[in-house]
Design a protein around this ligand. Structure first.
Ligand code: P6P
Length: 329
């Protein structure tokens, strides 16, 4: 495969959009720069105790903040403030939106989970940065507003993630399909490695925390029984890494379904709508799969709160439809 860097790919794709002004391309480049810096520091996490381990803090979710969470959050904020294309951000690690006073004319807002699955860092399991980009709806020249961020997922201008695993891969969409790029550390460039990604419509892999089984809704229990049914055929394989980006990436490539239903601890589900479920749902639909909260498309949910959670069922088209049939019965 000819070596095509992410920069070259963005430039070529920008030319396909006649009205493209280069602002979104510039924004994507700045997000990628931040993730390259996160990658650099993650790879030495085990050695540098100043960034490993708990930050003795909890975030707005009441979850323990690992120092790398904070580090990734600061890096993304800095790169986006310097970007010039972003007038403000929202983050899992920030209680409220952060408006960039010196960027009131910028066109985009970005929401992100700086390091999803960070509880896995100490055990060297994959973690990821997830991002979601919207055009602002407030007037240029003024501070961004909460309404700029609380837009439905089907209004996203771009979405993607970077997974830091056995290799570091960036996957994104601007609504024209999904493409993946693998970081070549020897040249410091993401290179096209997964062109035009499509999720197989059928698969035999399901991904969820089965430990919560007793608190799942009955229709989800029925679906799990179907997956485990081994009399008439081979049962499905259960694969669950505890890092949504990693489970999502495997299913995106090979097919499968990721489920995080409501549970007794998380009545409205655990995963966040704005900076986890919406960006991954945009990618999943662009790759031919589906994403629902059991009642409606994730991308059609009208957000009410920045950090709101939602049940999520996302992956291969036929598996999500099978689940929806059970949920709607
Ligand atoms: P549980 C990580 O905290 C996360 O947000 C997702 O990345 C992951 O899939 C899920 O939560 C794991 O949650 O309840 O199974 O530990």
């Amino acid at each position: 495969m000819q070596l095509i860097t992410l920069d070259e790919f963005i430039a070529v794709n920008q030319e396909k959009h006649k009205d493209a002004t280069g602002e979104l391309s510039g924004l994507l480049r700045d997000i990628v720069l931040a993730c390259k810096i996160v990658h650099r520091d993650l790879s030495k996490a085990g050695l540098v105790d100043t960034i490993l381990g708990d930050a003795e803090k909890t975030n707005v979710q009441g979850e323990e903040v690992k120092k790398l969470d904070e580090f990734a959050n600061e890096i993304l904020k800095k790169c986006l403030q310097n970007s010039g294309e972003c007038c403000g951000i929202a983050s899992e690690e920030e209680e409220d939106i952060v408006c960039f006073e010196n960027r009131k004319d910028a066109k985009y807002v970005v929401l992100f989970d700086p390091l999803d699955g960070s509880s896995n860092i100490d055990c060297v399991a994959p973690v990821g940065t997830i991002f979601s980009v919207y055009e602002r709806i407030s007037k240029a020249g003024e501070k961004c507003t909460l309404e700029d961020f609380l837009q439905r997922g089907d209004k996203q201008a771009a979405a993607g993630y970077v997974i830091y695993g056995s290799s570091t891969v960036m996957v994104y969409t601007t609504g024209q399909g999904v493409n993946g790029f693998t970081l070549d550390p020897s040249i410091g460039e993401f290179c096209l490695s997964h062109p035009e990604m499509k999720t197989p419509e059928d698969a035999k892999t399901y991904s969820l925390n089965q430990g919560n089984y007793n608190s799942f809704p009955d229709d989800v229990k029925d679906f799990i029984s179907h997956c485990m049914e081994g009399t008439t055929r081979k049962p499905f394989s259960l694969r669950y890494i505890g890092s949504m980006v990693a489970d999502f990436h495997r299913n995106l490539l090979k097919g499968g379904i990721y489920l995080y239903p409501s549970t007794s601890d998380s009545k409205t589900g655990k995963l966040r709508l704005m900076y986890e479920c919406n960006p991954l749902a945009f990618l999943q639909e662009q790759a031919g799969g589906k994403a629902t909260n059991g009642a409606q498309r994730i991308l059609e949910i009208q957000p009410q709160k920045l950090h709101q959670r939602t049940p999520v069922y996302i992956g291969s088209k036929n598996l999500v439809e099978m689940l929806q049939e059970k949920v709607s019965q």
